[in-house]
Ligand binder design. Structure first.
Ligand SMILES: Nc1ncnc2c1ncn2[C@@H]1O[C@H](COP(=O)(O)OP(=O)(O)OP(=O)(O)O)[C@@H](O)[C@H]1O
Ligand SMILES: [Mg+2]
Length: 234
């Protein structure tokens, strides 16, 4: 369904990604792990059209996406929850959510989508008039995820959704992502909670220095001595 084939991304002279390939099958939840600066965010941004990729190809349901503008990629159903949530702090929770349904293709159904988001996150419904900047970290992540859901994703890409959250808040977010996946949404999950992430995904990719160092079934990666040593502290 999503196929990234041999792409390279440069920031000036620096090669942030080198010949990276990755696939997410329909309905699958895949993991993307790797240390700080490995290129995880760059890869999501390249898929979203936020940074240009050179060489190779990115395709989605057989359609070539490389070079498309971010709004076009979003319209195709690929929606990213950015690292650091990136909410509009001076806007209310509800205003932030509605921004997620900005594209004309999803604006029509935004009332139903909003009701659905509030159903998933009752906490956001209680705080709908509160400024996003005054939410707790866990609530901000819910709002960022909710805003992405407003765009009706078929592939949801999450960039470190549990960063800075308490274990309880992180577990809540993971449980909801898992539920969305079980309802049929494809997911690409970037996370440094490696054990947790490999437990809830079927396939994983390990990025190191801008290249895919390892890939395979998540269960196998969890048992891999190199993964254990580098990412699980075992
Ligand atoms: N806009 C930019 N301009 C120049 N270099 C950048 C830019 N964005 C990222 N980089 C560099 O590209 C490399 C990969 O960064 P990226 O943010 O993709 O890593 P990451 O795996 O997401 O790391 P982290 O786990 O810390 O979020 C890093 O060396 C980073 O300094
Ligand atoms: Mg990152």
């Amino acid at each position: 369904m999503l196929r990234v084939d041999n792409i390279t991304v440069c920031y000036g002279r620096m090669e942030a990604l080198r010949n990276v390939s990755l696939e997410v099958a329909p309905g699958e939840m895949a993991a993307l792990i790797g240390g700080n600066g490995a290129g995880k965010t760059t890869l999501l941004n390249a898929i979203s059209g936020l940074v240009p990729a050179t060489g190779g190809a990115i395709s989605w349901e057989g359609k070539a996406l490389k070079g498309f503008a971010p709004d076009r990629i979003c319209r195709e159903g690929i929606v990213q929850v950015p690292e650091g949530r990136k909410l509009f702090p001076a806007m209310t929770v509800e205003e932030n959510l509605v921004m997620g349904a900005y594209l004309p293709t999803v604006r029509k159904g935004s009332r139903e989508a909003l009701a659905h988001v509030y159903e998933i996150f009752p906490r956001l419904a209680d705080r709908r008039r509160q400024l996003a900047g005054s939410l707790s970290g866990g609530e901000q992540q819910m709002a960022a995820l909710g805003r992405a859901l407003m765009a009706r994703p078929r592939l949801l890409m999450l960039d470190e959704p549990s960063l800075g959250l308490s274990p309880k808040a992180a577990a809540e977010i993971f449980a909801i992502v898992r539920q969305l996946n079980q309802e049929g949404m494809s997911v690409l999950l970037v996370s440094q909670e490696v054990l947790e992430t490999l437990a809830i995904t079927v396939r994983g990719y390990v990025l190191e220095n801008g290249a895919v160092a390892m890939e395979g079934p998540s269960a196998a990666l969890r048992e891999d001595p190199q993964v254990k040593a580098s990412y699980l502290g075992l």
